[in-house]
Design a protein around this ligand. Structure first.
Ligand SMILES: [Zn+2]
Length: 465
């Protein structure tokens, strides 16, 4: 089976090119430069007209939580519904998190997550491993995980009593990671101090969702980020700060990067487009916007855009973690600390960042770099993923930069009962999504299937200095 994508503008992290793309089987077989006077005359089983559209590498979302257990409930997208929604939004690879429960082994956890995902994903997928129980067995198992293609381990300085790890435990895991070259991913907020502020707020009767944000000040994200960087330096391991939201944390990352340390960071669309004002919406509406770290004031968003331009922030992932407003978010009525943390977003990342291109905040090639090429390198998937180039997997999105759409729960494909971006008007829309040579979204229809997606054994981070 071969497909010719005709007449489009190929956008890569390096620039734009008028070119036609030939797919044979699951791979990109040729990229033909085109000038105004020539048309590519190549036989193909199917021809897709991409005139006036961008042809970009499929998006890679390095931070999702499908079917994630949280406080007796689960995030509501399954691997099937979540990966289908991702495909609608032009994402062709996710890296999700396997979650070690205390008292269980990493390898048993990995098996369990394979069981959840295998045969159910519409696009390709990999795993990071959440380490919540550091002990001798777990530390040894980290090396086995790396051999099994799980090359990054997430730890938490937040959530005491749940995922929280002490500085000593973090140091031990970092030393273990150093031996294989694996990356430690960090949720960097000072959870011990935050818990005191939360208890004080609740005792004072301040129970509305906005207090979720006010009890997690940016200074405590900055402090934890700085501490994580120091621990990683002592241990000598690569560090990746997840969902960075505060200018204070960005400063710490920039300083470490300037000094040549292997420190990287991502932010998420919600920190670029939403704010503390959304958390303060009346009638418990603010619960829809509860995530950690919290949404912040617009000056932080401006700093994050700048960080994306300077590459101190090199990736935008979604931290997609959908909980319904009814019955799930509502668990926290009268106590903001009981609101499940998370915002749905896997479907909208590429569209939202395209608004940044239109607003002049990032360039068109930088859009592709942030959404696809850098995550491919960061998570050890390049050059199989993240590029439109001969030999790469044919994960391609044809994007209509002029189409208009309005984001809404009425039209999105995520399995959740609200949109964090309800009513937002967007310019640009995915026209066609191709995953490993198969058209999975076209003409407003999903044509893929659960089980098409396969597990990706990932190599190490490809940016290490
Ligand atoms: Zn997360």
């Amino acid at each position: 089976m071969s497909i010719l994508i005709n007449g489009g503008t190929v956008v890569t992290s390096e620039g734009t090119l008028n070119a036609d793309v030939l797919i044979v089987g699951e791979k990109i077989a040729a990229v033909f430069a085109r000038d105004a006077s020539t048309a590519t005359s190549v036989a193909a089983d199917e021809i897709i007209d991409a005139a006036g559209k961008y042809v970009i590498p499929g998006g890679i979302d390095g931070h999702t939580h499908m079917e994630m257990p949280f406080g007796g409930t689960f995030s509501v997208d399954t691997f099937e519904t979540g990966t289908k929604a991702a495909a609608w939004g032009g994402t062709t690879t996710i890296v999700d998190f396997a979650v070690q429960a205390k008292g269980t082994s990493l390898l048993a956890t990995l098996d369990k997550w394979h069981e959840k995902a295998d045969g159910n994903c519409a696009i390709d997928y990999g795993f990071h491993m959440i380490v919540s129980d550091v002990n001798e067995v777990t530390l040894k198992e980290m090396d086995t995980c790396v051999g099994a293609g799980v090359t990054s381990f997430k730890m938490f300085m937040a959530y005491p009593g749940v995922f929280y790890a002490t500085d000593g435990e973090i140091l031990l895991a970092m030393q273990q990671a150093r031996r294989t070259g694996a990356t430690i991913m960090m949720h960097a907020e000072n959870g011990i101090a935050i818990d005191q502020l939360v208890a004080q707020a609740l005792a004072a009767g301040d129970t509305d969702p906005v207090y979720h944000g006010l009890t997690r000040p940016p200074e405590l994200e900055g402090e934890a980020t700085h501490r994580a960087i120091a621990l990683a330096k002592v241990a000598g391991c690569p560090l990746y700060i997840v969902h960075l939201s505060a200018a204070h944390a960005l400063e710490a990352v920039a300083e470490a990067r300037d000094a040549g340390q292997n420190v990287f960071a991502e932010t998420c669309p919600q920190y670029l487009y939403l704010s503390l004002d959304d958390l303060a919406r009346p009638d418990f509406e603010g619960a829809k916007f509860v995530c950690s770290p919290p949404l912040r004031t617009p000056d932080h968003s401006a700093a994050l855009w700048r960080g994306l331009r300077t590459n101190d922030l090199s990736v935008v992932s979604t931290d997609h973690c959908p909980f319904c407003f009814k019955e799930q978010k509502e668990l926290g009525r009268g106590d903001f600390a009981k609101i499940p943390n998370g915002i749905p977003g896997v479907e909208h990342r590429i569209d939202l960042l395209h608004q940044g291109v239109l607003a002049g905040q990032i360039t068109l090639p930088r859009w592709v770099e942030i959404c696809s090429t850098t995550p491919a390198r960061m998570f050890g998937l390049y050059p199989r993923k993240g590029v439109v180039a001969v030999g790469a997997d044919a994960d391609i999105v044809i994007y209509d930069p002029a189409a208009r759409q309005t984001l809404s729960v009425a039209t999105h494909h995520m399995n959740v009962d609200y949109s964090a971006y309800e009513g937002m008007e967007i310019t640009g829309k995915v026209d066609v999504t191709i995953s490993r040579g198969r058209v999975i979204v076209a003409d407003g229809e999903f044509t893929g299937s659960a089980g098409h997606g396969s597990f990706l054994r990932r190599a190490l981070n490809q940016y290490l200095v």
